[in-house]
Structures are given as C-alpha cells and as structure tokens.
Design a protein around this ligand. Structure first.
Ligand SMILES: [Zn+2]
Length: 196
C-alpha cells in the first residue's frame, strides 16, 4: 500500500496517523475488525476446526461436505470465469454473505477490479500448510479462500507491500471470517472461517 493508503487506514481504525504500521496500528486494526465480528463467535479458533467441521479432506480419500453457492458477481481463476464456489457446508451461507457484502461495498466492476477481489486463487485444497509444521491447511477443510494472491503473497508484509484493502477484510470480518493480513501481517490473500 502507499503511505496515503496506510494513513487513511490509520484514520479509519482510530490510531495515530503517521504512515508507520507498527504495533499500535496492528492492535487497532485487529480491534476494529473484531468489533465487526458477530458475537458469540460463529466459528471456532483454528485449534478447534476438527471438532467443529469434522475431518480434513485428503487427496484420493475423504472430502468434507460442501454446499455450492452462486456468487453475486463473476470472479476469475486465471482466465477462467468462476460463478459458483463450494465451501464447507458449515460456512457456505456466511461466504455467500461475504460476497454479497463485497458486491455492496464495491458496486462497480472497476471498483472490484481495483480491490483485487475479481482474482480468485482457490478454496478447497487437501494439502498441509506451507513450512514444516506438518499441520493441515484450512484449505483442506474447504473453509479458506484466497483472493488476489499475486499482490498479497504468503510472505509479503501487509500493509507495507501487500495491497488487500481493509474494506475487503471488513466484509469477511462482519461474517466472522479471519482476514490473515490483519492478524498475521502477511498472507493477505487468505481468509478463513475461524475465530481470530
Ligand atoms: Zn489461503
């Protein structure tokens, strides 16, 4: 993000507007997003996903139960148009709500394009997390979605370099989804149906 964008975000989340995204900005941003989340929490924390959602998917084996939702606008996986998604059935309605919120927050195609939300990089993927923890990725439950990965990579700092707008994160937070950029300071493409 640009300095101007970071300053605008600092003003919105009610912290010192100095263009420097330090611990106070991080805390204020997380407070802001938590304040939008439904209470009680709709989803478990990451440690509780197996108890809540059941087993993770395994390639060639178990597949989590999914529900197909029809999106209010077309998104794109590379050049391929995508009009439906199939998240885990326990977070499908909330993901549809997220997209309806995005449609309202970014009413024109140009705004959606600028926000990066037309670029879809995957949802269900029965794989383990990157790195050496060996733990399963939230994508293995079909409870995480990636958007605009090219500008919001796993090791790209948010918001210093990654571009995911706060307003996109607000749409996810309002449905109880965790926006990774604000809570992990990286991986801003990633949103998951867990409590922070
Ligand atoms: Zn992801």
């Amino acid at each position: 993000m640009t300095q101007a964008q970071i300053r605008a975000m600092q003003a919105k989340i009610g912290t010192e507007v100095d263009g420097f995204w330090g611990p106070r900005s991080i805390a204020a941003c997380q407070r802001h997003l938590r304040s939008l989340m439904p209470t009680p929490a709709r989803f478990p924390r990451q440690a509780g996903v197996r108890a809540f959602y059941g087993p993770n998917g395994v390639r060639g084996g178990y597949t989590p139960p999914t529900t197909t939702i029809r999106l209010p606008f077309t998104i794109y996986y590379d050049a391929q148009a995508v009009n439906t998604l199939s998240p885990h059935r326990l977070c499908a309605q909330s993901l549809l709500n997220v997209f309806n919120r995005l449609a309202a927050a970014f009413p024109t195609r140009a705004e959606r394009q600028a926000a990066g939300i037309l670029t879809y990089n995957g949802l269900y993927n029965p794989r383990r997390m990157r790195g050496n923890s060996g733990a399963w990725s939230m994508h293995a439950w079909a409870i995480a979605i990636d958007l605009n990965a090219g500008s919001n990579g796993n090791m790209t700092h948010w918001p210093a370099r990654a571009t995911m707008p706060l307003e996109v994160m607000e749409c996810f937070a309002a449905e109880g989804w965790l926006p990774a950029g604000a809570f992990w300071s990286r991986d801003a493409m990633h949103f998951q149906a867990t409590a922070p």
